[in-house]
Design a protein. Structure first.
Length: 280
């Protein structure tokens, strides 16, 4: 194995461990709160861990457009030391700063309230343009979007805007799990051919397995090597509620809280993948 390949293997294992820790934390948050939206967080947790701990540098921004996955965002912030375990314990409680959707101007590294779906890409494009106008050459803006919110016209206004202003510092990761609140995306409002749509809007398009760190790392390297002035989109193929048994890949995992059995199964699955009990 070459030193480069060895370094990549080490990075992949590190990121997989971080993702497992993030999942363990937010599963506990959801279970204690008896809250839904578990499927939304499980769908994008690997992507979020990868972006925050495998791609972002100091000064970069991350916008979670799919605000239903707020618990995954809070757990990621805690993993990076931006939230304490005491704060995490208040998730969904009265008076909390950690509600079901990210709040505005309350938390470090959360620049916007999101969850009124479709607006995150526009907000991220605004940050990317600001960085460009300020000549902040190394600053990048990442946005994690659901696929269902691409039904919203504002998402495509953002796509036009980003291409027009040649926002090569903007990276959109689409959580392409094929489900939204009322059914399959292709039944509610068909998005395919999604990659071709983004190409038509003058974006560079990449695809990845959103649950596989080697695939996400390969997408990062492709984006970085391109050095393009165009905005980039990575269509991350995922499973909503991955690991939730019969609830996985169903609309129910968007709404229903976990049973004790589902919670125990998910924790056991994480520990099996890690090869050891997870801390916490």
């Amino acid at each position: 194995m070459t030193p480069q390949a060895d370094a990549k293997t080490v990075e992949v294992h590190r990121l997989e461990g971080v993702a497992a820790s993030i999942k363990r934390r937010f599963l506990g948050m959801y279970f204690r709160a008896r809250a839904g939206h578990v499927g939304s967080s499980l769908s994008c947790a690997d992507m979020m861990a990868f972006v925050r701990f495998g791609w972002m540098a100091h000064g970069d921004d991350l916008v979670l457009s799919k605000g239903h996955a707020a618990a995954a965002l809070y757990a990621t912030l805690a993993e990076g030391g931006d939230l304490s375990e005491e704060e995490i314990a208040t998730f969904y409680a009265d008076g909390t700063l950690l509600p079901a959707h990210p709040p505005p101007n309350k938390l470090p590294r959360v620049p916007f309230a999101t969850g009124s779906l479709g607006h995150g890409a526009s907000l991220a494009a605004g940050l990317a343009l600001a960085a460009k106008l300020r000549r902040e050459a190394t600053r990048r803006v990442f946005c994690i979007s659901s696929d269902g919110e691409l039904d919203e016209g504002t998402s495509w206004e953002a796509a036009i805007f980003a291409a027009q202003h040649r926002l090569g510092n903007l990276v959109l990761l689409v959580d392409r799990n094929g489900l939204q609140g009322f059914g399959r995306t292709e039944d509610v409002m068909s998005l395919e051919p999604l990659a071709d749509k983004f190409r038509a809007f003058r974006w560079d398009v990449y695809e990845a397995d959103g649950h596989a760190m080697p695939s996400l790392v390969a997408a990062r390297e492709a984006v970085t090597a391109a050095r393009s002035e165009r905005p980039s989109v990575i269509l991350c193929h995922t499973v909503k509620g991955r690991g939730m048994g019969v609830l996985a890949d169903t609309v129910d995992c968007h709404y229903l809280p976990m049973t004790q059995e589902t919670y125990d199964r998910l924790l056991a699955s994480l520990e099996h993948a890690a090869g050891a009990p997870l801390a916490g």
